[in-house]
Ligand binder design. Structure first.
Ligand code: DC
Length: 237
C-alpha cells in the first residue's frame, strides 16, 4: 500500500473487491450476488453520483462548492431488503427508482465532472461499510478509489452482447427500441467513459479480466465468486 490516499484512510483488515468495466457488462448483477454470497457490504458507485444529482435537483443547488458540500454530507447507503435485494437509501428513504430516472442520470454526468464532488465521493467510498469486507463496482474503483484493493476485476462483454442484453431488458419492461439504436447509444457511452478527463474507464494494471460475452449471468457470478473465495481463504487474518 502506498500514496497519500492510503495514508489518509487506512484500509485495515477489510477485504476489498473492486469491479470496473463498461456499461452492460453485468457488473451490478455480479457484485450484488457476490456480496450476498459472502455477506460483504456492496456499493454501486454510479448511484452515489446519481444521489448527489437527485439531491441537487431537489434543493436547486448549482455551484461546484455547494455540490461538493452536498456530496460530503450525503446520508446515502445501500441496504439489502428481504425478498427485494439491494436498494439505495437517502436519509432512510428508498430512492432506488428515483435514481434511475433519465433526468437524474443526465445531472449525474454533470456532477461527476465537478472536482469537489469527486473529492468528497472518494472519501465517501473509502469510508463506506466501515471495517466490513466490501465489493464495489464502477469505472475507477480499482484505479482511483481502491488502488490497494485485494482483488480487482475488469468485467467486459462485446458491444453486440451488451446491446443484446439491454434490448432484452427493455423488452421485459415492454419498451421497444431498435437494436441498432441501442448499440449506437452504448458505443457512444463507451467512448465518453473512456475519453473523459476525470477518472476515465480503464482497467488497473493488476486487474483480472473477465469477458462475460459467452457466459450466462450465473457463470459470470461463479467466476468472480471463485476468485473471491480463493483469495479470502488465502488472506492472513
Ligand atoms: O453507471 P451510472 O450510469 O449509474 O453512473 C452515473 C454517472 O456517474 C455517470 O455519468 C458516470 C458517473 N460515474 C463516475 O463518474 N464514476 C464512477 N465510479 C461511477 C459513475
Amino acid at each position: 500500500m502506498s500514496g497519500a490516499l492510503s495514508e489518509q484512510i487506512v484500509k485495515g483488515d477489510r477485504f476489498v473487491v473492486a469491479v470496473d468495466g463498461p456499461a452492460g457488462a453485468g457488473k451490478g448483477a455480479v457484485c450484488r450476488a457476490v456480496a450476498s454470497r459472502f455477506a460483504f457490504s456492496y456499493l454501486d458507485t454510479g448511484s452515489i453520483y446519481r444521489a448527489v444529482a437527485l439531491l441537487s435537483l431537489q434543493k436547486n443547488i448549482e455551484s461546484d462548492q455547494e455540490l461538493g458540500e452536498l456530496a460530503a454530507s450525503m446520508p446515502f447507503e445501500f441496504r439489502q431488503v428481504e425478498g427485494v435485494g439491494f436498494r439505495g437509501f437517502l436519509a432512510g428513504e428508498d430512492v432506488s427508482d428515483a435514481l434511475r430516472e433519465e433526468q437524474v442520470g443526465r445531472k449525474a454526468s454533470h456532477v461527476a465532472a465537478v472536482p469537489q464532488v469527486r473529492a468528497a465521493l472518494l472519501t465517501f467510498q473509502r469510508h463506506y461499510g466501515g471495517d466490513k469486507n466490501i465489493i464495489l463496482d464502477g469505472r475507477d474503483t480499482g484505479t482511483v478509489v481502491w488502488p490497494d484493493a485485494d482483488l480487482k476485476v475488469f468485467l467486459t462483454a462485446s458491444l453486440e452482447e451488451r446491446a443484446k442484453r439491454r434490448a432484452l431488458e427493455l423488452q421485459g419492461k415492454g419498451e421497444t427500441v431498435s437494436f441498432q439504436k441501442i448499440r449506437d447509444m452504448i458505443a457512444r457511452r463507451d467512448a465518453r467513459d473512456a475519453g473523459r478527463t476525470h477518472a476515465p474507464l480503464a482497467a488497473a494494471a493488476d486487474a483480472q479480466h473477465v469477458d462475460t460475452t459467452r457466459l450466462t449471468l450465473d457463470q459470470s457470478i461463479d467466476c468472480v465468486a471463485k476468485m473471491v473465495d480463493k483469495m479470502v481463504g488465502n488472506k492472513p487474518r
